[in-house]
Design a protein around this ligand. Structure first.
Ligand code: X54
Ligand code: ZN
Length: 669
């Protein structure tokens, strides 16, 4: 049954502020929380959430990540004079104290722990805590970077201790490196910490050598700390999605966490004075969605930074709306990752190659200093073609994120009469007859014998479904049909012609796919199976071959993240056709993951076609289409080398046409 999304907020956490002049801290204002919460209320998102009250963290909970000395020192701050507070603050960096900040810091930790309790016990599916002070910079015995207690680090330790969780993933999409989190878990293989951050070759705050990509974790924790340094500002949506698809997600699925915690800082969004990046607020809807099928959907987002009072609330709303299960916005202007981002991506993948089987085939980074020279070269290269003249001084402007309207019907099912319609789905019966022209075209183009009434009904129903998707009356649908290939042909033909849609067709399993439907680019067809079709591969027909076929989970997931998602984002279809070919031998869980992930595109307009004897798949498919998180895969073993090498060759061949497939900078010079 559909579980809710928790929202944890208390205005008490707005009741502290900077009491003296300090240019480094003036951006951390109470309004950050009020504008974010007000936006959730104004967009009718707050009242769709389950309001969970905050509480104060106990000493014991704070001591999960901090020393007694530090806690005792902070305990004294409520009674300090202004002068004492200033004096006390001097010992730390880029942070300020206030008589009420200790109280608020306890509430921020308590809010994170309340969120963990609600999600792990299943009271809600996922949730977000809007808190200040933030946490990811604070260390065992030091405040830092506006942070007093490390909210998310404490939450991770708390979750493991109280619920016996074995593996926790922390994704830190804040634009600053959460060094406090890194220090907490760098020797701990049960907590995988991922952070991207503005770095500029150590020139950007906090200017730490250990924030670079070669800090991979220590001792038993080697491999479980992933740093992605942004060595230039102006990173865009493509850069963020590339790092998710080609690094974070393959590793996260291999790690197979029991819980996902997000250090949800939105200073990585456009307009932020700290990040100076150019990613638009709607990208956080996609980042959230891409994490929502890990850990069975158990995702806790805790606010960190975010200082632009326009992009911050927009990004918070995009995140919460996705947690609520609403369709995703069409991703904005994906032009492919920049050279600097590709250099960073390549360096991180190489550094982590020894630790993750999904990266085994990451081309090795030359050990000598060529790498840094390569980076410098690549950046000089880039200088000549600046991303867009740096209007760093002028105000950044960006469009309001698009409205994300959930259609009245979430999912329809076209089923033989004897098959029960899954709960939550609406059985589709083609009420209005199709216009005679379409019917006659169907007859001549697709029907073997023109009098096959059933086939005609099925095909015309499929066409009606795609038309209702176009009008956003329904979001998604599934159909059991006698002949999936004919049904696929029919839908593609109609969608391309009548609806002028770009259709992404994902064929799972062997079987002849008439590639001519891909010829003119109105459809992008990707097929994954066990046979390497020597089929002439045009730009729009991409066969992926797995030696062991679709039953090979780790090979399959590599294809999904390394190929299907980047291609899908770049192609930007308005309809996704997911076709389960006969005897595909794909595991149900893998199928559900794929069904869930493909809803990243086309605002969730996914039509699933299955053979009519696959009745058993109707339930699981429907639950994914209805927005239930796909059940977790088990821990993935290594993909087959020959499969990975084949995928690398395929990626290499295609990346000229499909920029989001790139994982290394174009050979510079
Ligand atoms: C939570 C967080 O990661 O957003 N804290 C960021 C701290 C930034 C400190 N430097 C400010 C310098 C002024 N330009
Ligand atoms: Zn930050």
């Amino acid at each position: 049954m559909k579980m809710g999304t928790a929202l944890i907020y208390d205005e008490e956490m707005t009741k502290y502020k900077l009491l003296w002049v300090d240019p480094a801290c003036k951006i951390e204002v109470p309004e950050r929380l009020t504008v974010s919460h007000d936006a959730l209320v104004r967009n009718s998102l707050a009242d769709r959430c389950v309001a969970i009250p905050v509480r104060e963290a106990t000493d014991a909970e704070i001591l999960l990540a901090h020393s007694e000395e530090y806690l005792e020192a902070v305990k004294k701050t409520p009674y300090m004079t202004l002068e004492d507070l200033k004096e006390f603050t001097l010992q730390y960096g880029d942070v300020y104290f206030h008589p009420n900040i200790y109280h608020c810091a306890k509430l921020a930790v308590g809010a994170a722990l309340q969120l963990v309790d609600s999600v792990v016990t299943g009271k809600v599916r996922n949730g977000m805590a809007l808190v200040r002070p933030p946490g990811h910079h604070s260390m065992r015995s030091a405040a830092n970077g506006f942070c007093v207690f490390n909210n998310v680090a404490i939450a991770a330790r708390y979750a493991k201790q109280k619920y016996g969780l074995e593996r926790v993933l922390i994704v830190d999409w804040d634009v600053h490196h959460g060094q406090g989190v890194q220090y907490c878990f760098e020797d701990d293989p049960s907590v995988l910490y991922f952070s991207w951050h503005r770095y500029e070759h150590q020139k950007f705050w906090p200017q730490l050598r250990e924030s670079d990509y070669d800090s991979v974790g220590k001792e038993k924790g080697a491999g479980f700390n992933i740093n992605v340094p942004w060595n230039k500002v102006g990173m865009e949506n493509s850069d963020y999605l590339s790092v998710f698809c080609h690094l974070l997600l393959p590793v996260a699925y291999e790690f197979c966490p029991d819980l996902v915690l997000v250090c949800a800082g939105f200073d990585s969004a456009i307009g932020d004075p700290e990040g100076e990046m150019c990613a638009t607020p709607d990208i956080f809807a996609h980042l959230t969605h891409l994490l929502m099928n890990l850990a069975g959907g158990k995702l806790c987002a805790v606010l960190e930074g975010g200082y632009n009072l326009t992009s911050l609330p927009q990004a918070v709303c995009q995140t919460v709306q996705t947690l609520l299960g609403d369709p995703l916005p069409q991703p904005a202007n994906l032009s492919g990752p920049c050279t600097s981002a590709l250099e960073s991506l390549h360096c991180v993948r190489s550094a982590h190659r020894p630790y993750w089987s999904c990266l085994k085939h990451a081309a090795d980074l030359p050990t000598s200093d060529i790498s840094t020279k390569r980076i410098k070269l690549a950046e000089e290269e880039e200088e000549k073609t600046p991303k867009e003249e740096e209007k760093s001084t002028e105000e950044k402007v960006w469009p309001e994120p698009p409205k994300r309207v959930a259609p009245p019907v979430r999912s329809v099912a076209l089923l033989p009469k004897d098959v029960t319609c899954p709960e939550g789905c609406k059985r589709f019966s083609s009420s209005e007859a199709l216009d005679p022209l379409t019917v006659s075209k169907l007859r001549e183009n697709f029907l073997k014998d023109a009098d096959d009434g059933d086939a005609l009904t099925t095909l015309s129903s499929l066409i009606s479904i795609t038309e209702e998707m176009k009008k956003n009356e329904i979001c998604s649908g599934l159909a059991l049909v006698r002949d999936v290939t004919m049904a696929m042909m029919c839908v593609v033909q109609h969608a391309a012609a009548a609806l002028s849609n770009r259709v992404l067709v994902v064929c799972v399993g062997n079987g002849k796919v008439p590639s001519h439907i891909a010829e003119e680019g109105k459809a992008l067809v990707v097929q994954i199976g066990s046979e390497s079709t020597e089929e002439q591969k045009c730009k729009y027909y991409i066969p992926v071959c797995l030696k062991k076929g679709c039953s090979d989970m780790s090979g399959f997931i590599q294809a999904v993240f390394g190929l299907f998602l980047p291609l899908g984002y770049e192609y930007d279809p308005s309809l996704v056709l997911l076709v389960r070919m006969p005897d595909s031998r794909i595991h149900d869980r893998m199928w559900q993951q794929l069904t869930a992930l493909l809803q990243s595109f086309a605002q969730g307009h996914t039509l699933v076609l299955m053979q009519e004897d696959e009745k058993a798949c109707v339930g699981p498919t429907a639950s994914s289409l209805l927005g239930d998180p796909a059940p977790p895969l088990e821990r993935l073993q290594a993909p087959l080398p020959q499969d990975m090498e084949a995928m690398e060759r395929l990626r290499h061949r295609l990346q000229a046409d499909w920029k989001l497939l790139q994982i290394t900078a174009p050979e510079s010079g």
